[in-house]
Each structure stands twice: as C-alpha cells, then as structure tokens.
Design a binder for this molecule. Structure first.
Ligand code: FMN
Ligand code: ATP
Ligand code: MG
Length: 490
C-alpha cells in the first residue's frame, strides 16, 4: 500500500509516530463499527485530504490484520461512504478537487445541500450512521475539548466523531502530503492555508511574495502553523484577540498606572516542604513586584502534584491580577506545573509546534521530537512570551506566568524580559513609599497608638516586626504618593 510504504520508509521519526497513532485510530474505528455505518466527511481541504489517505492506509492494515490476505491485492481503495456538504459559496477549485478525488479513489459520494446539523439529521434518518471520520485538528476553533473519539455535541444527532489527526500540527499535515506525494487542492499552491467560503477566505498575507506583485508562496511554506487561519478574513484569530487584550506593557497609557495591582506567587517544590532547600525566589520576586508598585497578596509553597498546583492556581487566578509559578517545569516526573495550570483552567495539554521548535533547538539531538511531552501546553489559553535574551520563551496562560528561573540570577534576567515584553501584562503601577520606624517602647505602650493610626489611616499599611523579643520594634508604614506629592494611601 503506497501510503504506508511512503511513511514507513521516510526518515522523519515524528511523522512515522503521528502516522502510526492516526492509522491505529482508523483501524479501531473499523473494528468498532460496521463498515456501512461509518462515513467520511470530506470537503477537499488539506486536513480531509490527509485523512482520506490515512483511512485508505488504515483500512488496508485493518483488512491485513483480520487475515483477509486473499483479497489484499484488491484492497487498493476503501469504498467508504463519503459525505460532502456542498455550498454555493465554495471555491470552484475545492468543488472540482473534491469530485475528482472521490472518483479517483472510488469513494461513494453523498452530497448534502444543507447546513451541517440538519444535513446530518437527514443523513442519520436515512441510513444508520454510527461514526463519522472528521479532519479536525487541535487549534481548530471547534477542537477544544474533543478527543480522538468524541460523541457529537448535545443538540446534534447522535454519532461518534472520529478525529484521527486531532494532534497533528500544520507542519505534520504538510510533511505527510509531501512525503506521500499525493494530490491536494490547487488553492494551497496559491497561498491559501485554510479554506472556508469564497466570502471569508483570501490567501494568507504571511505568504505574500514581495518579489512578484500579487503572488503568494505555497501553503507548505508557512512557518508558524498557528497563523494558518490568518487568511480567514471574517473570523478572528483567537491568538491575536488574546494578544490585543493583553497588550498593556510597561510603557502603557498613564491611566493604567493609577490602578492598583496585586499578584500571587506559587512555588512548586517538595524539597522546600521537606526543609532541605530554602526558597529564595519567592522573596526576590516579592521585592521586584513591590518595586513596580504591585502588591503581593500571597506566596504559597505547594507539592509537586498536579492537583496541589491546580488547586492553588485556581484560587489565585481569580483573586489576583497576575499569578507567578516557579519550579516543576521540565521533562521530569515531578515537573507538573504546566499540567496543573491546564487543570486549573479546565483545558487539556496540546502540542505547541512553536514551543517544540525552541526545545529542539536548545536540546539538539537529545530532543527526539516524537515524544514531545515538554511541548504540550494548555490548549487555547497559552501565549509564548519571547525575548532575545531568553533561549526558550516563557509560558503565559491568561494571567498565570510560569517562570523557568531556578536561582535569583536567572530570575533577574527573566524579570527584565517580562518588563520589556508588552504582552506580559506587567504594567508599572504607582510606586510604593515606605517608612520604617524603630522604637524601644514596649508592645503594651505602642499597641494603642498603632491601633488608633490604623483606624485613622485605613489605606496605609501599618506593619510591625521584631528582630528579637527583647529588641526594638520596627514599624513599617507603606502607601502610595499622589501627583501633588501628598500621600495617597493604598
Ligand atoms: C461531520 C460533521 C460533524 C460535526 N459535528 C459537530 C458536533 O457534534 N458539534 C458541533 O458543535 N459541531 C459539529 N460540527 C461542526 C464543526 O464543529 C464546525 O463548525 C465545522 O467543521 C466548520 O468548521 P470551520 O468553521 O472551520 O469551517 C460538525 C461538522 C461536521 C462536518
Ligand atoms: N463542507 C464540508 N463537507 C464535509 N466535511 C467538512 C466540510 N467542512 C468541514 N468538514 C470536515 O471538517 C474537517 C475540518 O474542516 P477544516 O475546514 O478545518 O479542514 P479542511 O477543510 O480539511 O482544511 P483547511 O483547514 O485547509 O480548510 C474537514 O477535514 C472535514 O472532515
Ligand atoms: Mg476547510
């Protein structure tokens, strides 16, 4: 079978792994459901073209494994029921490719001329349909929360959505199509990277060829797969939307400075709780936040357990403007921080191609790329914070920033990068002003004075601490200065 041979014979280990997992899903679907009750949702797009060839390969392997050896030569194609929702707004190139392809591969086509939901209702009434193969991939707007086998949503007719390429990246799709040398719709060679209707799809501007006017490079040349939908004009790109919300960096409008900001810090480390290591980073970060006028509401040390991290993140993320996490980041069994953040936001971990590129550059041959657990980041909520001084960008999930620093020196660098980066959301707030007073008055003498001051100046922080029981008491007064240089307290 030519697809199976092409992939198994290629040198791209990651491709072979992705292919192996996807054809396994296809084979299980054939084992689970009667062949005539399975359909393939095909629309001539690149993802469904990949899926078509995976289904052909999976069907061949399924038949081979079931001992249908006598017929093996005959199984060049997979005569699976194929459904196409044809719309008058489809590109003519998509329509012609779809029709040509089903004819080339002997697919019995059922064309549906209504919207997805009512079309599927009609289909299920007409013919029992238990499962439908779909080319959904992580990163598609409708992929969030789906697995390789996901029942249709409430309100939709009942069937199993089978998504064999759910974990494939944009680059995986193109590696496969090019490795197998299969035909794909001609629009992809004209700069289209994801195809909707003629009204909402244009070539991806990131592929525009500056040397020749109005010409675009082919879709496989797009390097950042997250921007594959940049040519879908009417729909907003989730990532871009998030960036614009978060684009309130240090040099932002003065109005931002009036707002009081609070952060919490979560330190992940069994070794700190065992008492074998001392946390220095929490204290250093408190100082840095204080220096830019942020209040630290809370520093917590938690165990290297997904649930401990998740519970703490869940508490802090809704309480404070920003949450910082240290520790538990990397490939070790105890590195659970990112998984804890994902759990706190109720999303799963999904492969991030860009992050993976950084890791493979950093680790060279030690990073194999087919086991990419370290490049799994919380789906749909992750932004990468880049800086030329960082070898690997920092991970920001909504208002939670995961720091990679393991000592104070590394923290200094990362902090500088965060302050430089507009997307970090670290706005400069009004600075604090602090005064420290020492007194040898006894606690009993000073207590009523401080109580009165607390009542009178409720927006000034008044704290006390001692170096020793017998020594002097240090009183700390902290507030913020307003524009007229009088004290406007927090
Ligand atoms: C065969 C098939 C099954 C679908 N099942 C569901 C479903 O169960 N729930 C749902 O919300 N959308 C379902 N959809 C709609 C898709 O989520 C999505 O809206 C559609 O693929 C359009 O994607 P696009 O906006 O990227 O073009 C289904 C679509 C197809 C083709
Ligand atoms: N009009 C349609 N008819 C049949 N199936 C469809 C249709 N639109 C979407 N699908 C199914 O949903 C999947 C995801 O659609 P999507 O548009 O993201 O991918 P694609 O069309 O294959 O590739 P591209 O992202 O380049 O447009 C398709 O692979 C296909 O299985
Ligand atoms: Mg499409």
């Amino acid at each position: 079978m030519e697809i199976d041979e092409a992939v198994r014979g290629c040198s791209d280990r990651r491709m072979r792994t992705k292919y192996g997992n996807a054809v396994y899903v296809v084979q299980r679907a054939f084992a689970l459901y009667p062949f005539e009750e399975i359909a393939f949702s095909f629309n001539g797009g690149k993802d469904s073209t990949v899926l078509l060839h995976l289904i052909r390969a999976g069907y061949y392997l399924y038949k081979k494994d079931s001992g249908d050896v006598a017929q093996m030569d005959a199984i060049k194609n997979c005569p699976l029921r194929t459904i196409y929702f044809e719309s008058p707004c489809a590109f003519p190139e998509i329509n012609s490719f779809t029709y040509e392809t089903v004819s080339t591969y002997g697919l019995p086509l059922e064309t549906i001329h209504s919207d997805f939901k009512s079309g599927l209702e009609g289909l299920l009434k007409e013919k029992p349909t238990k499962a439908i193969f779909i080319g959904t991939r992580i990163g598609d707007p409708n992929a969030v929360g789906q697995e390789q086998f996901s029942p249709s949503s409430p309100g939709w007719p009942p069937f199993m959505r089978v998504n064999p390429i759910l974990d494939w990246s944009y680059r995986d799709v193109w590696s496969f199509l090019l490795t197998c040398k299969v035909k794909y719709c001609s629009l992809y060679d004209q700069g289209y990277t994801s195809i909707g209707s003629i009204h909402d799809t244009v070539p991806n501007a990131l592929l525009s060829d500056s040397s020749t006017e109005k010409s675009f490079r082919p879709a496989y040349m797009l390097t950042d797969g997250r921007l594959e939908r940049a040519g879908r004009t009417k729909k907003t790109n989730h990532k871009i939307e998030m960036n614009s919300v978060a684009s309130n960096g240090m040099n932002n409008i003065e109005g931002e400075q009036m707002i009081s900001r609070a952060a919490s810090i979560i330190v992940v480390g069994d070794e700190i709780l065992f008492g074998t290591t001392e946390d220095k980073l929490g204290a250093a970060l408190c100082k840095k936040l204080h220096a830019i006028g942020w209040r630290v509401s809370h520093v917590a040390v938690v165990r290297n357990e997904i649930d401990s991290v998740a519970e703490e993140v869940e508490r802090c993320k809704s309480m404070d403007d920003m949450v910082f996490i240290f520790g538990g980041l990397g490939p070790l069994h105890s590195d659970v921080s990112v998984a804890g953040v994902a759990k706190a936001f109720g999303v799963r971990l999904a492969p991030d191609e860009e992050f993976e590129d950084y890791l493979s550059q950093l680790m060279g041959n030690n990073y194999t790329g087919d086991r990419n657990e370290m490049a799994l980041l919380p789906e749909g909520i992750t932004e990468l914070l880049h800086h030329k001084k960082l070898l690997v960008p920092l991970i920001k999930c909504r208002n939670v920033i995961t720091l990679a620093a393991t000592n104070v020196h590394e923290l200094d660098t990362e902090w500088g990068c965060l302050l430089d980066n507009q997307e970090s959301g670290l706005v400069q707030a009004k600075p604090f002003v602090s005064k420290h007073l020492g007194t040898t008055l006894s606690d009993v003498q000073i207590a009523p004075v401080l109580a009165k001051l607390c009542l009178e100046f409720s927006d000034v922080y008044i704290g006390c601490h001692r170096i020793s029981r017998a020594g002097p008491l240090v009183v700390n007064l902290t507030g913020k200065v307003d524009d007229e240089f009088s004290v406007q307290y927090i």
